[in-house]
Design a protein around this ligand. Structure first.
Ligand code: GLU
Length: 497
């Protein structure tokens, strides 16, 4: 690698939400830049006036920010090579097209859409790939004026000399292709708008991009782009084309496989660090085979030379596994902070959190983290705390509670619950030990009736941890009141009578 400082870019077209495919491209660019002390540029390729929206621009910026993929130059950040939106760069494209015209490297083409379509149809009928035959290359000045006089506006085409264009792709190796396979291609359309291949080269060259890291779908565009760099005499950057991401059925990852936008993953309660980790493993692997990787570890280890040619497969189960691991790695307060919006949306937490509620929420978060795959699962996992429906218990449950021994255990527990502070660590254990001592009940005969009376279910979180949470929660005045242990058990006792 030369000593030129690395400059890379992510160039999304703001026509919808970022999905996993394009955000993986953003991530690999970002990791490569950060790892090598380079610059990460964000450029909006918004030339498609019909499909580009400001709403999409905002969601792209928000998704990148949420993932922590901060950009050094681009919208909002500014930079010395702006503007960073293609629609604000039309003067630059026009000047570049004019330069190529002046140098005789490009020409005006007046062929109409109908003429071009007819040529395309004919090629198709003959089983050939359509290549523009260069009709307007040889147009005399007079003929050109005649076209203009009729009010026809030209496209500008690059004059391709017949030769082989070669470049080395960091992922795919050496690629070479003859210019005859694509012919004289269009730089600007009759309305003056640039084509993707033209704008991208002007921008990458002017922005000093050293490495173009993007999806494999652009591999076939690259020879055209290289030919254009050559025409301008600009330095050709290095290229790295990342393999497609496939769905589990082997087809290109798409909506068919569920909503794989960053936005949807965030709403479903995936942590940004888990999404980053999952994306990093789609096309790259840690040299030591480690799967759960923090952003810091990725920054220490990511290397474009380890990016694989093979297609990456999106595996939702793997993403959930990574999410679990990253949730467990969070501090109690960070985890509580991540879960809180979901519980708040379910009406279970107030907008304003007192210090006591925050502390309680941390204990709740630690209790449920073992039982959830996404933050959104935190709502159902906290049901044992917020919900209590003894009326929904089965007849078999009621039968078992009516057994004299079970009933005595529940009554004894109710009495303890009223007279001791079960919020204290170890208080539940002490209560259970005292009941065991007094009644001789032990094991299942002791804990099953207590669990049923406290939760109206025979399985659930560890009672040693749940009971103090119920006790503390009952005193917090939460929007959905948490019933304390005594209230719960007394209710069941009353229903037993
Ligand atoms: N706007 C193009 C895309 O989203 C960018 C391609 C490129 O990186 O050159 O596919």
């Amino acid at each position: 690698m030369s000593d030129t400082p690395i400059r890379v870019r992510f160039a999304p077209s703001p026509t919808g939400h970022l999905h996993l495919g394009n955000v993986r491209t953003a991530l690999f660019n970002w990791l490569f830049a950060r790892r090598n002390g380079g610059t990460f540029i964000l450029r909006l390729e918004d030339t498609d006036a019909v499909r580009s929206t400001q709403e999409s621009v905002e969601s792209v910026l928000e998704d990148l920010r949420w993932l922590g993929l901060t950009w050094d130059e681009g919208p909002e950040a500014g930079g010395a090579f702006g503007p960073y939106r293609q629609t604000e760069r039309y003067d630059l494209y026009a000047a570049h097209a004019a330069k190529l015209l002046d140098e005789g490297k490009a020409y005006r083409c007046y062929c109409t859409q109908e003429e071009l379509d007819a040529g395309r149809e004919a090629a198709k009928a003959a089983g050939r790939t359509y290549i523009y035959p260069g009709t307007c290359r040889r147009l005399s000045e007079d003929a050109r004026h005649a076209q203009e006089a009729q009010g026809r506006r030209p496209s500008i085409r690059l004059k391709m000399a017949p030769h082989t264009v070669s470049f080395t792709d960091l992922v795919r190796g050496h690629v070479s292709i003859h210019t005859q396979t694509f012919g004289d291609w269009i730089l600007t359309r009759p309305d003056g708008s640039p084509t993707y291949n033209f704008a991208v080269v002007v921008d990458d060259a002017l922005m000093g991009v050293t490495h173009v890291v993007r999806g494999e779908d652009h591999l076939t565009n690259t020879p055209k782009q290289v030919a254009l760099y050559e025409a301008f005499g600009y330095r050709v950057p290095s290229f790295a084309h990342l393999s497609m991401i496939l769905g589990p059925d082997g087809g290109k990852l798409s909506k068919r496989h569920g909503d794989v936008s960053v936005d949807a993953l965030r709403a479903r309660g995936f942590l940004p660090e888990a999404v980053i980790n999952g994306l990093a493993l789609m096309g790259w692997a840690d040299p030591g085979g480690q799967e759960v990787l923090s952003v810091r570890e990725l920054l220490e280890r990511f290397d474009l030379s380890r990016v694989t040619k093979a297609a990456a497969v999106f595996d939702e189960a793997k993403l959930k596994y990574l999410n679990r691991e990253h949730m467990k790695a969070l501090s109690a307060s960070a985890l509580a902070g991540a879960l809180a919006p979901y519980l708040r949306a379910a009406g279970r937490l107030p907008d304003q959190m007192s210090h006591d509620i925050e502390a309680w929420m941390e204990s709740l978060a630690l209790l449920i983290v073992e039982r959830i795959e996404t933050l959104a699962d935190g709502v159902s996992a906290s049901d044992p705390v917020f919900e209590f429906h003894p009326e929904g218990m089965t007849e078999a449950h009621w039968e078992s509670l009516r057994e004299p021994e079970a009933r005595a255990v529940v009554a004894a527990f109710a009495q303890r619950a009223e007279t001791t502070d079960l919020a204290q660590p170890g208080a539940f254990k002490a209560a259970a030990a005292a009941i065991k001592e007094a009644l001789g009940a032990k094991g299942k005969a002791l804990f099953h009736p207590i669990r049923l009376a406290l939760t109206a279910a025979d399985t659930g979180p560890d009672l040693d941890r749940l009971v103090p949470l119920l006790e503390r929660g009952s005193k917090l005045g939460l929007p959905v009141p948490v019933l304390g242990p005594a209230q719960r058990v007394n209710r069941v006792l009353a229903m037993l009578d």
